[in-house]
Design a protein around this ligand. Structure first.
Ligand code: SAH
Ligand code: MG
Length: 208
């Protein structure tokens, strides 16, 4: 649940999805992140949105509800059960014609997507963020935005000192992701302490 004093409006579908996510331990975005994505999408009016990590489609629905009439959203999920649930939720939301769900591992799907995406939301396996970024950079035009969720991972990424063994690799990868986007010659980046930590990177040039 959000501990924000500013509580975004949620309809019955989003509330039911939050309940499902809570019961099944599915790590969905915080509602304030959903609202922030909506504000960005309404302001930027991207033509094509790419999401990596659909789960049950909660973040997808937040984003799709903010899209302009002619915007398309492609979302990738590698877990078949999640993928199927997400499809049902897109139907229930009346958004099935605006969202193209893809079933598969993003690392295998991304090279075959084709076309450009001017708004990318990365929210899949934390240990693979750098691999996603490498593939995504080829799909994003100059001026395009790449957003990564959970980059502060419950505060562990900023903490110094001992980190439990099971989290160490994930935390290290997220620290590396932050380092790479801050030093990358094509990117201008900022980390926002919103939700579980959001990294925003705009592509400023093609030079790699
Ligand atoms: N974006 C969702 C939450 C995604 S949870 C929301 O906020 O509502 C992360 C999801 O990424 C999980 O469902 C997991 O199965 C999926 N995932 C993990 N690695 C992946 C990969 N390499 N390719 C595609 N999906 C992946
Ligand atoms: Mg997330």
């Amino acid at each position: 649940m959000s501990d924000s004093i500013f509580i975004p409006h949620k309809d019955a579908l989003l509330l039911a999805m939050e309940e499902k996510a809570r019961k099944d331990y599915i790590p969905i975005i915080k509602a304030e992140v959903g609202q922030f994505l909506q504000i960005l999408i309404k302001a930027i009016k991207p033509r094509r949105i790419l999401e990596i990590g659909t789960a049950i489609g909660y973040s997808t629905i937040w984003m799709a509800r903010a899209m302009a009439e002619d915007t398309e959203l492609v979302t990738i999920e590698k877990d078949e059960e999640m993928y199927l649930q997400a499809r049902e939720n897109f139907q229930a939301a009346g958004l099935a014609d605006k969202i193209r769900p893809k079933f598969g591992d993003a690392l295998e799907v991304l090279p075959y997507l084709g076309g450009e995406f001017d708004f990318v939301f990365i929210d899949a396996a934390k240990g693979q963020y750098l691999n996603y970024l490498e593939l995504v950079l080829d799909l994003v035009p100059v001026g395009g935005l790449i957003i990564a969720d959970n980059v502060l991972y419950r505060g562990y990424v900023r903490k110094s000192g001992q980190i439990a063994h099971k989290r160490r690799t994930m935390v290290r990868t997220l620290q590396e992701y932050i380092e790479v986007i801050q030093e990358h010659p094509c990117l201008e980046s900022i980390i926002l302490p919103l939700g579980d930590g959001l990294a925003l990177s705009v592509k400023k040039s093609y030079i790699n």
